[in-house]
Each structure stands twice: as structure tokens, then as C-alpha cells.
Design a protein around this ligand. Structure first.
Ligand code: FAD
Length: 408
């Protein structure tokens, strides 16, 4: 269990409200209720942790095993801000917490950490049981709508709730059908909020009709993408509108910003990252004879049909580079990020400068915030859940510190 680290003073009559039943809100509830404080967790959906369950569909990537400094750098512009929060709740603490809930973990070949069950459902069930055993009261179908004149929280059904401290953990705005839709931005008019934007998202590409009809839904395996001085090896998937998948997500933040500035972003795709340019050039130097381009590329360069399709797309678009250069650095122009509704996560949110080191809003004493609703972003690889959990723990501990300070 995640304990606050200090002997709890007498908080018996304090009441804390958490709004948002995702990982950030649930872990804040665990920290606060673990210190003996009464916690009520409000969630607009009928059940908790819907996005967490969805995250477990493709294998729940909890965190990453890389060294702490490298790990922190994944948070880009928010690295310095995140560092102390991650030091206070590092990946090792998240792993120990997961295992404490009866879910052993393992490190995958890429260094990513998963629960052995891969799914989120056993972890979520055990977590809810723990929160119940700590006395956390759950109120589902409770859509928070703001505050009334007395400062009590108000809900869409007309009810209200007065709390000594409140943690907002309302999530971002991706996959809104799972609950987090970004509607909270209208409820905090006095707080600086960076516009919510898609992160870890796919991008539109102007495929030809032939390529689209033939390859939409096809994975592009073992490729390397180069963009803005970075090279990412991995996989992507062709979609009817463009391209998505892990290697694309890793470059999504920079690509999104470049598109916002310049209208498009030009990536280079290495379709044979395992083969040196010189070796490939040698293989493609021989005469093609009567073989079609497609057969030639398949036999000599070992390209898959979809990779050959990409080369043909580039040639039809007027590319004149030699074949080997095209295979090693195929230009791919991204014209727009896919919408927030399909993104894995959300960039933007409450400006970090609005929060003190306890994650309390400087302008609203007693109001704390955590999770994806804050203005940080990170690639996939376990950094999202780790960031949500670390900020949730910090907000939980912050609430306890605040109660200690302000209550006699
Ligand atoms: C398909 C997919 C796969 C993913 N896979 C991974 C992965 O493998 N690893 C990883 O690290 N991350 C992954 N993520 C991201 C991760 O799930 C999120 O970053 C994380 O769930 C965010 O936690 P949160 O608590 O901040 O917000 P959320 O989990 O979104 O929870 C916020 C909660 O607040 C509630 N809420 C919102 N507004 C209100 C309101 N007005 N009143 C009451 N309740 C409200 C919502 O209903 C929601 O339940 C994935 C995401 C998706 C979509």
C-alpha cells in the first residue's frame, strides 16, 4: 500500500473529495484514505477506471525499466517539473504497488514493464477492493459541474458536497466515450489551461486511392522513422486516412508542432533498417530485366507488399531518387494529426505554473489536480501511467500536508 510516509495526525473529521475515477484519482484516494482521512470519490461514468481497462486491451504497459535520468527526459518540456515527483514515486514504487495488489510484473524485451496478466482488469478489481477496505466511498454517475455560492462542489443531478480539500483528476480529452472529455476546462475559468491537443496520435497522409484501398489496416513492420534529428525503430499501421502506431506516436509531439507551424511534417522512412545502404545499393544495382518493379523490390530488397506500395506511391508522386535511397529514406508527408477522440493521450491542460509543489492550485487553496489533466505529455512506453500515478501520489500527499497545516 502507498503510505504517506509520516504518522498521520488526527484527521478523523476531515472530508476529502476526489473527482475522477481513473488511475490519478484512485491513487490519490489510496494515499489520503491510507492516512485515515474520509475520502469520497466521484466519477461520472457508471464504473471506475474505464480508460485503464482500455489501456490493458493491447497489454497494460505500466512503466519502463530504463535508468531514472533517461526516464525523466521522456517528459520533454515538463522534465524538470516531473523529476521530483518521479523521484518520490519512481517506477520501482509503481512496480511494488502493482505486485502488492497481487499482480506480478515482468520486463519485456523493449524494457517496458507489464503485469504478468497483461490485462488491467485483475489489477483494477484488486485496487477497488483495497480502496473499499480503506473506507473510500464511491459515487458513480456523478458528473461534477462546478461550485455553488458556499464553495460546495455541485453535480449534474443537483446534489452538492462540501469538502475540506478536493483533488481534480479528470483526465484529458482522448477517447471521450471512456469518460474524460475535457469538459472540465470550462469549469476553471480563472486558471491558465494550455489548449488540449492530441498526443500519441496518428497523422493524415494523402494516400492514392489505389494504395488506400489495398493497404488500409496493414502493419508496416520493422521500419525506422527519422524526423527532427531523431530516429525511431518500430512499427506503424497504414490506415485509410494516414498512418498510426508506436513508431509514429514516438515522434507525434514534434510532428504535431511542426504541422501547426509549417502546415506539414516530412518524415523519412527506412524500409530496411537492418540493411546498410551500401549493401542495399549493391543488391539493387543489377539489371531488372523483364521483372516488374514490384517483383524486383521483393526479390532483391526483400520488401513486403505494403513497403513496395510505399515506394510506388513515392515514384508516382515524382520522386527521382535512386531506388536504394528511396528504400532507406522514403519521404512521407504528414498533413494533420488525427483528432483527439482517437489519440492515446492528451497534450495541454492546467499550466504547471498554476500548481505549487504539492500540486495545489496557487489561486485556489485546498484544490489539487493530478494526472493527464495537467500540461505534460510523454510518449507511450509506460510513461503515461507512471506520470498519472506519480502526480496522483503527489496530490494525495499534498492534501495530507495541507490538512496538517490548516487544521488545528
Ligand atoms: C487505447 C489506450 C491505450 C493506452 N495504453 C496505455 C499503456 O499501455 N500505458 C500507459 O502508461 N498509458 C496508456 N494509456 C494512457 C492512460 O490510460 C491514461 O494516461 C490514464 O488513464 C490517464 O489517467 P487519469 O486518471 O489522468 O485520467 P482518466 O483515466 O481519463 O480518468 C479520468 C476520469 O475522470 C472522469 N471525469 C471526467 N470529467 C468528469 C466530471 N466532470 N465529473 C466526474 N468525473 C469526471 C472520467 O470519466 C474518467 O473516469 C492508454 C490510453 C488509451 C486510450
Amino acid at each position: 500500500m502507498i503510505l504517506p510516509g509520516e504518522a498521520p495526525p488526527d484527521f478523523r473529521d476531515a472530508h476529502v473529495a476526489i473527482i475522477g475515477g481513473g488511475p490519478a484519482g484512485m491513487v490519490a484516494a489510496e494515499v489520503i484514505a491510507g492516512a485515515g482521512v474520509a475520502v469520497t470519490l466521484f466519477e461520472r461514468m457508471p464504473s471506475l477506471g474505464r480508460k485503464l481497462l482500455m489501456a490493458g486491451r493491447g497489454g497494460l504497459n505500466l512503466t519502463h525499466s530504463e535508468p531514472p535520468d533517461r526516464f525523466c527526459e521522456r517528459y520533454g518540456e515538463a522534465t524538470a517539473w516531473m523529476r521530483p515527483l518521479l523521484a518520490a514515486f519512481p517506477p520501482s514504487a509503481l512496480i511494488a504497488w502493482c505486485e502488492g495488489l497481487g499482480q506480478p510484473t515482468f520486463v519485456g524485451s523493449s524494457g517496458r514493464v507489464f503485469p504478468r496478466a497483461m490485462k488491467a482488469s485483475p489489477l483494477l478489481r484488486a485496487w477497488i477492493r483495497r480502496l473499499e477496505s480503506l473506507g473510500v466511498r464511491f459515487v458513480s454517475r456523478a458528473q461534477w459541474t462546478g461550485w455553488d455560492a458556499t464553495g460546495a462542489l455541485t453535480f449534474a443531478d443537483g446534489s452538492s458536497y462540501g469538502a475540506d480539500a478536493v483533488v481534480l483528476a479528470l483526465g484529458g480529452a482522448s477517447w471521450p466515450r471512456l469518460g474524460a472529455d475535457g469538459g472540465w476546462t470550462a469549469l476553471l475559468p480563472d486558471i491558465e489551461i494550455a489548449p488540449l491537443r492530441p498526443a500519441n496520435c496518428g497523422f493524415a497522409v494523402a494516400w492514392s486511392a489505389t494504395f488506400r484501398s489495398r493497404y488500409a489496416g496493414t502493419p508496416l513492420k520493422r521500419i525506422a522513422l527519422s524526423f527532427a534529428g531523431r530516429r525511431i525503430e518500430g512499427e506503424a499501421v497504414i490506415t485509410a486516412q494516414g498512418i498510426e502506431g508506436g513508431a509514429i506516436y514516438a515522434l507525434a509531439a514534434q510532428a504535431r508542432e511542426m504541422i501547426a507551424r509549417e502546415g506539414s511534417a516530412l518524415l523519412q522512412v527506412d524500409l530496411r533498417p537492418d540493411l546498410a545502404f551500401s549493401a542495399l545499393a549493391q543488391r539493387l544495382a543489377g539489371p531488372r530485366g523483364s521483372a516488374s518493379l514490384s517483383t524486383f523490390l521483393r526479390k532483391r530488397a526483400g520488401l513486403s507488399p505494403v513497403a513496395i506500395g510505399l515506394v510506388q506511391e513515392a515514384l508516382h508522386a515524382g520522386e527521382t531518387k535512386p531506388l536504394a535511397a528511396l528504400v532507406k529514406a522514403l519521404p512521407l508527408r504528414l498533413t494533420a494529426p488525427f483528432g483527439l477522440a482517437r489519440a492515446i493521450s492528451t497534450a495541454g491542460g492546467i499550466a504547471l505554473g498554476e500548481l505549487d509543489e504539492r500540486l495545489m492550485l496557487r489561486r485556489r487553496p485546498g484544490l489539487f489536480a493530478a494526472g493527464e489533466m495537467l500540461d505534460w505529455e510523454a510518449p507511450t512506453g509506460g510513461y503515461l501511467l507512471q506520470g498519472c500515478m506519480a502526480t496522483g501520489v503527489a496530490a494525495g500527499r499534498g492534501v495530507l500536508a495541507w490538512l496538517r497545516e490548516t487544521r488545528p
